[in-house]
Design a protein around this ligand. Sequence first.
Ligand code: SF4
Ligand code: SF4
Length: 195
Amino acid sequence: MAADPISRLFFHDLEKVCAGQLADQAPPWQKALHWQAAATTFKYLIHRHEHGLAAVKSRACRIEILIRSLDRVFDFLGQEVCSACAAPCCLTADVYYDFTDLLFLCLVGKTLPPGQPRTVSASGRRTSCRHLGPAGCCLPRSERPWLCTWYICPAQKIFIRKHFSKDGDHLQSVISEIKDLRKQMTALFVETVNP
Ligand code: SF4
Ligand code: SF4
């Protein structure tokens, strides 16, 4: 294993993930150097263990398909609920890519964003999400932090209950399936690259 400083930075995080500790460290990789280190190391590990990651990659592909299948219902919610929201969460929520998000993006070969969605400005203030454009999020849903998809706010829940209970059940079951697949994908990846 390469012992350059960039890889060491990331492997420090990987050890914490194995020990179940990274959740306490959120959001990870806020500095550009750490973000690049994580991305480089994921790509390196995926390349190095290419032949042992088939089960991991198949879960990543399934996750991508499932997230895409949610577009219709979330686009509708955006149009009907978010467009009238007085406090849009994309302006204020502390969204970030976690270990599984970054692993997923690397496994499915997406172009990675230049860093976490929110950064700290020179004056020490947290910026709003870099992917927020005038017409909403500029990223395809599968490239957003998973948090941006699974979180259904109270206003959306009320709308779902009122207007499409069947679609609401489907939405919850797809979100549960994605959550399970993400856990499996990460566990299998860690097991393969860090036995
Ligand atoms: S998800 Fe909820 S809080 Fe966020 S913009 Fe939509 S309505 Fe507002
Ligand atoms: S990534 Fe997109 S959906 Fe998520 S907070 Fe940023 S603008 Fe909003």
